[in-house]
Design a protein around this ligand. Sequence first.
Ligand code: UTP
Length: 294
Amino acid sequence: MIPKVRKAVFPAAGLGTRFLPATKAMPKEMLPLVDKPLIQYGVEEAINSGISNIIIVTGRGKSAIEDHFDVSFELEHNLETRKKKDLLKIVRDVSDMIDVSYVRQKEALGLGHAVARAKDIVGSEPFAVVLSDDVIDSEVPCLRQLLDVYEFYGASVVALMEVPGDAISAYGVVDAEPISHNGGRDRLFRVRNMVEKPKPADAPSNLAIIGRYVLTPEIFHAIESTPAGSGGEIQLTDALKYLLRSRPVYGYKFEGTRYDAGDKLGFLMATVEYALKRQDLGKDFRAYLKTLPL
Ligand code: UTP
């Protein structure tokens, strides 16, 4: 029997240097897309994919994340007295959403290192990893798409996206062979090798790993066996490469649109798209955009 994935780890201890100075005192994960922090989009995606336990890896200066998912008695009392029922519901829904556990990464030593900090809470179960600065708009939640593959093969699965040209060197890149799945051969891949941030000429393909993973617990041993790599950090891609020696790893080209909201341009794109889709704002925002002399 293939064990069920119940837990999702949210590494949120990075320094967010691409978004300075906003991230000097505020976690990148709390940047709002319209009116919801990035991490809440990720948590909602996980819940809508069937995940029941959320583990957030935080670091120094990240207490706003804990406060966000906690009960805010003062605010609730204030809204209650002012009879602001709609706002009260929005605030309560966040803290009622799910039970969240926190673990600390004292120093930002890399994504692999951050994931390893969750080892004691995850235990010997398969688990998901969600990088909440990758915001994904899709009909079926991206994590659900990966879990469907995991539930079929019982092996680790990474989300893949085609990245054109030199931009590929900002990602972990796979060398992978397409395999038949659901009557097609264009979405699922068996990974042969992977490399973190290759020079464009050395990239084994145009298929980049983006921030959604389903991992089997052997990854923890793989991370412990992985020395610091690109940027002096312990990279999850390097640990996955180690895992490949003994376990299959699959890649799934997910259906949907991904925004790199940890990057200023990506964040602006996501803001415009999400605002245009909003029932309460979309019409007026579109009308405003049309007045701009672009
Ligand atoms: P990024 O590569 O986006 O790094 O991390 P960063 O530090 O957050 O941001 P920049 O590049 O300096 O602007 C990808 C994910 O891994 C987490 C981040 O919080 C983000 O969700 N991460 C990264 C950690 O939790 N710990 C680390 O040591 C590094």
